[in-house]
Design a protein around this ligand. Structure first.
Ligand code: MN3
Length: 263
């Protein structure tokens, strides 16, 4: 089975009882094998029970560059206007362009949603598998990213969601600390996520490059981009400062809506 890189497995003791049976997902970061990561196996998503035919609606991302749901400068001073322009118009658009170019060579793949392709990469023809994984992952990850942000302190966490997170991680502050630590500690470029496992557990995980949690059978609720292009203009090499400031622009209402859709 494919391993996740740099994974932080977090106990979700309280939440689990109210949901589905526990599926232990302990992974030792030292066991991560970079070579294997580029060769996902057929068993990966299905082994975890993620249905590729019943993915949540919010994962159904069209093959188009989404408009930002706010102005380029709406996240300032947490994320500056120039970073947002470059990130959305250049980086995200670049992933999409390369994804579309790859899929143009196998148009029948466009009949399936991108999320369904990413959830079962082994079923994607080898000639485009890496492009789907990298550029498709990039397109999906960024599409999900823009929509969980809003102007600073515009969308505070509800008491209900705070209760869910506290039940899973001890306290909300503890959740934030674990998430930030996972993002800060991740070597190289990638993403840090709050996900729901197929066993119904809330977990914090990291994925390298543009890998999607969906390819691991995990549903992403909240993700932060820790590639340098996401923060370097403002924060230089201080990824920890970016992660600490980022909480101000999280759209907790959007996160809660995703959670409500899948539990
Ligand atoms: Mn990015």
């Amino acid at each position: 089975m494919r391993r996740r890189d740099s994974l932080k497995q977090i106990g979700a003791v309280g939440l689990t009882a109210a949901l589905l049976p526990v599926t232990p997902l302990l992974v030792n970061a030292q066991e991560a094998d970079v070579d294997k990561v580029s060769k996902p196996t057929a068993s990966t998503p299905k082994a975890r029970g993620l249905s590729t035919t019943k993915l949540p609606e919010f994962l159904d991302v069209p093959l188009a560059l989404p408009d930002l749901p706010y102005d380029y400068d709406a996240l300032a001073p947490v994320i500056d206007k120039e970073t947002m322009m470059l990130h959305h118009d250049k980086h995200h658009a670049g992933y999409l362009k390369k994804l579309v170019a790859a899929l143009d060579s196998l148009p029948e793949l466009k009949k399936r949603s991108l999320a369904a392709l990413l959830a079962d990469l082994a079923a994607v023809p080898e000639s485009v598998r890496l492009a789907v994984r990298n550029h498709g992952g990039g397109h999906l990850n960024h599409s999900l990213f823009w929509s969980v942000m809003t102007s600073p302190n515009r969308s505070p966490m509800s008491e209900k969601l705070a209760g869910v997170l506290a039940k899973a991680f001890g306290t909300v502050d503890r959740f934030k600390q674990l998430f930030a630590d996972a993002g800060t500690g991740m070597f190289g470029s990638g993403w840090v996520w709050l996900v729901l496992s197929s066993g119904g557990e809330l977990e914090i995980v990291t994925t390298p490059n543009q890998d999607s949690p969906i390819s691991e059978g995990l549903i992403p609720l909240l993700g932060n981009d820790v590639w340098e292009h996401a923060y370097y203009l403002n924060y230089r090499n201080d990824r920890a400062a970016y992660l600490a400031a980022w909480w101000q622009v999280v759209n907790w209402n959007a996160v809660e809506q995703r959670y409500e859709e899948i539990v």
